[in-house]
Design a protein around this ligand. Structure first.
Ligand code: FES
Length: 203
């Protein structure tokens, strides 16, 4: 039998990455059904009123967004339900959620960390911010922490280039970041506190 202690460093890293990918994939289960909550059913009606009766498909994106707001992500069942409501071929729903990166196609942790890696942020150190965050959480981009508290992802321009590099956590912007800000922000959120939003280089 092969013992782990006999593996070289490359093999150990490969095994670790495979195990992590397996653990992350095991957590990802597609629900068999989806339905909007009572409150959201009335929002669905309001959204549909914005479009002509014979062009319900125009409500595809707003309804997919509503489904995501409800569940935190969009399952296959949610896409199918939205396509039923809008009379869209299901493939439109799958293509739309695949094309727009703001749609999340798998469950996320309690807190979503989005780091901008577009050009201005990249030129101002986004790569170091990504690395510091990965090191702090011990996960890679696209993964969630074992305790389900954090999901880490990279995103395109968040519209705050003047204060780059930028990270958005649960919709709140943290700007002018330095690597030493990361540990403080994440630990405060993990303990239920609210870190100071906006530029981190101002008191
Ligand atoms: S490039 Fe990062 S906010 Fe615009």
């Amino acid at each position: 039998m092969i013992s782990i202690s006999n593996l070289n460093q490359n093999s150990k890293t490969l095994l670790k990455n495979f195990t992590r990918a397996f653990v992350n994939s095991k957590k990802f289960v597609q629900p068999e059904s989806f339905s909007f909550t009572k409150e959201n059913q009335s929002k669905v009606k309001d959204i549909l009123k914005n479009y002509p009766e014979d062009h319900k498909e125009s409500a595809l994106i707003p309804l997919l967004s509503l489904a995501q707001d409800q569940e935190g992500w969009i399952s296959n069942a949610a896409i199918n339900e939205v396509c039923n409501i809008t009379n869209c071929p299901r493939i439109y729903g799958y293509q739309t959620t695949k094309f727009y990166s703001m749609f999340r196609r798998k469950p996320i942790g309690k807190h979503l960390i989005e780091i901008c890696t577009c050009t201005p942020c990249m030129l101002n150190g986004a790569e170091d911010i990504v690395k510091a965050t990965k090191d702090e959480l011990k996960i890679d981009l696209g993964e969630s922490t074992e305790d389900g508290k954090f999901t880490l992802t990279e995103v395109e321009c968040q519209g705050a280039c003047a204060n780059s590099p930028v990270m958005v956590i649960d919709g709140i912007y943290y700007e002018n970041l330095k690597t030493q800000d990361i540990q403080k922000i994440i630990s405060q959120i993990a303990s239920g506190k609210k870190p100071k939003p906006g530029p981190q280089n101002e008191n």
